[in-house]
Design a protein around this ligand. Sequence first.
Ligand code: HEM
Length: 130
Amino acid sequence: MSKTVTAEQLKAHTTKNDIWLLISGKVYNVTKFIDEHPGGDEVILAEAGHDATEAFEDVGHSDEARALLPDMLVGDFEKSDTTNLKSAAAAAQEARAHAAIEQGSNMMYFVPLGLLGAYFAWRYYSSGSL
Ligand code: HEM
C-alpha cells in the first residue's frame, strides 16, 4: 500500500533544500529536481506546501515532464479536498478569472439594454420629425 501524506507533513517540506509538492492528489519530493526544472525554481517554490495541480496543468507540461513524476512520488495525499491548499498565486489567478467572467456577464446585460434604449430614442426622434 502506498504511503499517505498528511497536510502537516506536506507543509513541513517547503524550503529549497527540502521541498514537496502536491499535484493531482499525490505528493512528490522535488528537492533534487528543482535545480533542473526548465521553468526555474521560483515557480516551484511558490507552490511549496500547496496544491500545485492548477499551476502544473496551466503550463501544459509535456508527457516527458509527467514521466518524471513517478520517481519523485512520496505517497497519496490524505484528503481529496484540497481547496484550502491553494497557493496565493493560484487564488489570485482564480480571482482574476472570476472578475473577467463577471465583467463579461455585465456586458451581456448592458449591451441589449443599450440597444433597446437606442431603438426607443430613434423612434422618439423620428416620430417627432414626422
Ligand atoms: C514535479 C513537478 C514538475 C515537473 C516534473 C516539471 C517538469 C517540467 C519540464 C520537463 C519542463 C519542460 C517543458 C515540458 O517538458 O513540458 C517544464 C517547464 C515548465 N514548468 Fe515545470 N515541472 C514541474 C512543476 C512545475 C510547477 C509547479 C510549475 C508552476 C508554475 C511549473 C512551471 C513550468 C513552466 C512555467 C515551464 C515552462 C518553461 C519555459 O518553457 O520557459 N512546473 N517543467
